[in-house]
Design a protein around this ligand. Structure first.
Ligand code: C2O
Length: 656
């Protein structure tokens, strides 16, 4: 594993700025990542063998003096990061007043994901000083070589076989057919009889194709399996290719549905055919209910999957935070919690591209750096709640409801962008130029780019207009929260948001940010930690293009590790020290959730690692604690996986 064990002072700044310039800051703990600590004492040490992270030490030279900063920034912009191989002058840098001040404030941590190909690190110099020997630019993920299918992560290589047909033909570049009629994806609970017949017929015909046809239903299901069970390695790399838990989640699924829909249209010989979307986010109370399993998936034979959870048939309402155990809420409570979850994950907790899309994933990166807000929940929760095939990524594509579920996830991408502010597509070329391959309606292998998928109109489809009332949802303050779920604070304070003023806050210890060797295991019980809020000004220096108001405060839960083969989940609350698994999430203190969907047949003992990032700026404002210096963060394991050992390695706050 490459490790970032040696970096010179000048280089350090250049890299930090490079990372920041790329618009994504990641706390990945992969082997190719660097943790660059500015304004602190640095310790040299061997890389952590398990995480590959090295912590820099005895290096005090980082400075972000303005002139220097501008200079470095310019270098970043022109993509000519000059990373000198010369020794850092520790002495010179140390004397700089800015640095002294930063060190005192001890406030600025920049966690930067640096691609191993961008940063090839040499060993130490004779003097023990760090140096960088080489650097090349990161690059976008490339399509895998389909002829090199692995056994996927399934013991014994048995079922499922996720390999795709692999004619070693070169993929054809995608071309949009502008002559296609604009297709309208409609809510699946609102389809008329004629559409339902057509929809069912399309799947009948798809199911009737021979299994080795890449357009057949079983092959379509395999596509999903292949890219979540690591059937392929990244091109020119030994890293497994995974399209979940990173910024590829949204665009990959958009393309997957695009071709799936075009194949269905071809079956019908009807270019106007569009996939209906399962409108589970809509908590309307009139029939037909949008937030139950839509009738078409129960009544129409080609759309049925008999493995779904029997207890989740209509009129049971979807639980958008489900984690394998009934929440026991009455419908009114369920609707309120669903609405607040939607509001949290799309509106208040996802104000920046990286919070929404998930973390950067580039060529050569270890997979699954960290999912975006919607991917965690409601997306994952709906998989688990539907159950059966849907409850496991390896088999999810076998249930026709999958495609309707993802059409709604895809619709939410458009809704999110319409909310304004910084809610825009990622501009990083490594995202825009990432490429995938899919078989199209003519069974031709097509190569597509993420950048060609950012506009659904360009892909010639749009969504029926439905209300999204969760956009303006306001959660219930605790004092009027639902009886029986109101947590009792140990000091009896009704509004724990004011906890900073109480002795309670002082009693809670800081867990702190990730440090080698330190971890906390959550298994069954909640965990509280005090978290210091860093000085915003220092982040502002690095994010000049972002206005003060737009700079988002982000709670970062570092080094989350959960067993891959188990459902697990925890909720995150702010200034509610006594939150427990009965605490309603329809309260302002609820900040977000982490849910893991198990991978089919993954060997026990394999861990999924991720970083959880939650935007909390709005939340602190809502709680009236915008000016406090520390907050209390409570992590509450919940649901079926409540007792699953979940490891976390650090909790901190940064601005992006
Ligand atoms: Cu590819 Cu809903 O997962």
């Amino acid at each position: 594993m490459a490790s970032c064990s040696s970096i010179s002072s000048v280089d350090l700044q250049a890299q930090v700025l490079s990372c920041v310039d790329r618009g994504i800051s990641s706390t990945s703990n992969r082997g190719h990542s660097c943790q660059l600590f500015l304004g602190k004492m640095y310790r040299f040490g061997p890389g952590n063998p398990s995480s590959g992270v090295s912590f820099l030490s005895s290096f005090q030279g980082a400075s972000l003096g303005n002139a220097r900063h501008r200079h470095r920034k310019h270098q970043c912009k022109s993509k000519v990061l000059k990373l000198s191989s010369q020794k850092a002058s520790l002495k010179d840098n140390k004397s700089e007043p800015e640095f002294e001040q930063q060190r005192t404030e001890s406030a600025l941590d920049i966690n930067s994901s640096i691609d191993r190909r961008q940063l090839l690190i040499s060993s130490f110099t004779a003097a023990g000083l760090p140096l960088i020997s080489n650097q090349s630019m990161a690059s976008p993920i490339q399509p895998p070589d389909l002829t090199q299918c692995q056994k996927a992560d399934v013991p014994g290589g048995s079922s499922p076989k996720c390999c795709l047909p692999s004619d070693p033909v070169k993929a054809t570049d995608f071309q949009i057919d502008a002559s296609l009629p604009m297709r309208v994806r409609m809510a699946s609970h609102l389809l008329d009889a004629a559409y339902i017949t057509k929809y069912n017929r399309a799947y009948e015909l798809m199911r009737a194709l021979p299994d080795d046809d890449p357009r057949s239903f079983s092959q379509q299901a395999s596509v999903h399996c292949a890219f979540c069970q690591s059937a392929y390695l990244q091109k020119n790399s030994n890293e497994k290719l995974q399209i979940h838990f990173s910024w590829l989640f949204y665009p990959w699924h958009r393309w997957y549905l695009y071709f799936h829909e075009r194949i269905l249209a071809k079956m019908l010989n009807d270019d106007t055919f569009a996939l209906p979307f399962w409108n589970w986010d809509n908590q309307a109370i009139f029939s037909p209910l949008p937030n139950v399993i839509p009738a078409v998936f129960i009544e129409k034979p080609a759309l049925v999957d008999n493995t779904r959870a029997p207890s989740h048939q209509p009129p049971t309402l979807v639980d958008l935070t489900y984690s394998g155990k009934p929440g026991g809420l009455d419908p009114e409570q369920q609707r309120a919690e669903n609405n607040n979850l939607m509001h949290q994950e799309l509106v208040s907790g996802a104000k920046t591209p990286s919070l929404f899309f998930g973390q950067a994933y580039r060529a050569g990166d270890a997979n699954a750096p960290g999912p975006g807000s919607v991917e965690r929940a409601p997306h994952t929760a709906v998989h688990l709640w539907t159950g059966g095939d849907m409850g496991n990524f390896g088999t999810a594509g076998r249930d026709p409801i999958f495609y309707s579920h993802h059409a709604n996830v895809d619709r939410l991408w458009n809704v999110w962008k319409s909310l304004g502010g910084r809610r825009k597509d990622i501009t990083d070329p490594d995202w825009l130029n990432a490429e995938f391959v899919f078989y199209d309606e003519n069974a031709t292998l097509i190569k597509v780019k993420v950048g060609d998928a950012v506009s659904t109109e360009k892909l010639r489809y749009t969504y029926q207009n439905v209300p999204n009332p969760w956009i303006t949802h306001i959660s219930s303050p605790l004092s009027i929260s639902i009886a029986g779920t109101k947590p009792v604070s140990s000091n009896g304070v009704a509004s724990p948001a004011a906890a900073e003023a109480t002795s309670l806050l002082e009693e809670i210890e800081e867990f702190g940010e990730e440090v080698e060797g330190k971890f906390k295991q959550l298994a069954g019980s909640a965990f509280q930690s005090k978290v210091k809020r860093p000085v915003k000004d220092l982040f502002r220096t690095l994010k000049k293009q972002i206005t003060d108001e737009e700079l988002e405060e982000v709670l970062v839960i570092q080094g989350v590790e959960v067993p891959s083969d188990k459902i697990s989940k925890f909720d995150v609350f702010i200034n509610l020290p006594d939150a427990n698994d009965k605490t309603s999430i329809n309260i302002p203190e609820f900040a977000g959730t982490f849910v893991n969907v198990p991978h089919l047949g993954m060997a026990p003992g394999m861990n999924r690692k991720a970083t959880l990032r939650i935007g909390i700026g709005d939340k602190l404002e809502q709680l009236g604690i915008k000016d406090v210096s520390s907050i209390v963060v409570t992590l509450v394991p919940k649901g079926q996986g409540k007792d699953v050992p979940i490891v976390i390695k650090g909790i901190k706050i940064e601005y992006e």
